[in-house]
Design a protein around this ligand. Structure first.
Ligand SMILES: Nc1ncnc2c1ncn2[C@@H]1O[C@H](COP(=O)(O)OP(=O)(O)OP(=O)(O)O)[C@@H](O)[C@H]1O
Ligand SMILES: [Mg+2]
Length: 240
């Protein structure tokens, strides 16, 4: 699913958090949003998901407008059909793994073949044998996989990941990252992955840098300018 963000601005009180941000996330891509703490990454994801309302601008999914203040369009989160994996996993501690994964289906009254769907999602993250356990009986990596299973069970076209690996140790993070990429590409899901970790971002092909106040860094343009400058300098040396 292609996500297009056009001139989106968001203020909290009088503080601009996202300032006229425009970007396109390609269909089927695994895109990282990289930026320092407080630059508005979570806010941007929440606006894509419909959990936060932009002040201005428009958001499109596959060319369909899901938000426009001008056109008075604001599709509610449950109708946007996105999966969301939060930083702290947000599993229900009093529910089993099965019930945690089933929760999204029950909430959207999508209970046909529920058992089969939950088992399929648990199979995809290799946790079929853990359906009856509670979150506290799982390791951090396993809890993370339950959160993934919960996001994919609703068969979304796109999953938003908000720094999903930051609670894990370095080795497990590396492992989960490649597992996650393989899983998402096998299922043909578009993924948006937020991180403030440069190394994490480097291991993912498409990276969009978000700077302070949600401005997108013009990385390519700057690189191009630098290249031209060096070329000109070299030419100058040649002439001299
Ligand atoms: N509901 C809110 N009310 C007021 N201010 C908010 C609210 N949500 C976020 N902010 C502010 O907006 C700014 C951006 O927050 P956001 O959570 O989007 O940053 P982030 O890039 O996800 O940071 P981090 O990497 O630390 O998770 C911060 O200054 C934050 O304090
Ligand atoms: Mg955040």
């Amino acid at each position: 699913m292609e996500i297009k963000i056009v001139d989106v601005t968001k203020k909290f009180k009088n503080k601009t958090v996202i300032d006229k941000l425009s970007l396109v996330i390609g269909s089927g891509s695994f895109t990282t949003l990289l930026g320092p703490s407080g630059c508005g990454k979570t806010t941007l994801l929440r606006m894509i998901a419909g959990l936060e309302t932009p002040d201005t601008g428009e958001i499109y999914f596959n060319g369909r407008c899901v938000f426009s203040r001008e056109k008075k369009i604001n599709v509610p989160p449950e109708a946007r059909g996105l999966g969301f994996v939060f930083q702290d996993f947000a599993l229900w501690p009093h529910m089993t793994v099965f019930e945690n994964v089933a929760f999204g289906l029950r909430a959207s009254k999508n209970t046909q073949n529920l058992e089969e769907k939950v088992h399929e999602a648990l199979h995809a993250v290799q946790l079929e044998d853990y359906a009856d356990r509670y979150p506290h009986q799982l390791s951090g990596g396993q809890q993370q996989r339950v959160a993934f299973a919960r996001a994919i069970v609703i068969e979304p076209e796109c999953i938003l990941f908000d720094e999903p690996l930051s609670a894990l140790d370095a080795l497990l993070r590396e492992e989960m990252r490649s597992e996650l990429k393989a899983l998402v590409s096998r299922l043909g899901i578009t993924a948006v992955f937020v991180t403030h970790d440069q190394i994490e971002a480097m291991s993912i092909e498409e990276t969009i840098q978000i700077q302070k106040e949600g401005r997108q860094k013009r990385q390519a343009a700057e690189e191009e300018l630098g290249r031209i400058e060096t070329e000109l300098k070299n030419k100058l040396i040649e002439i001299q």
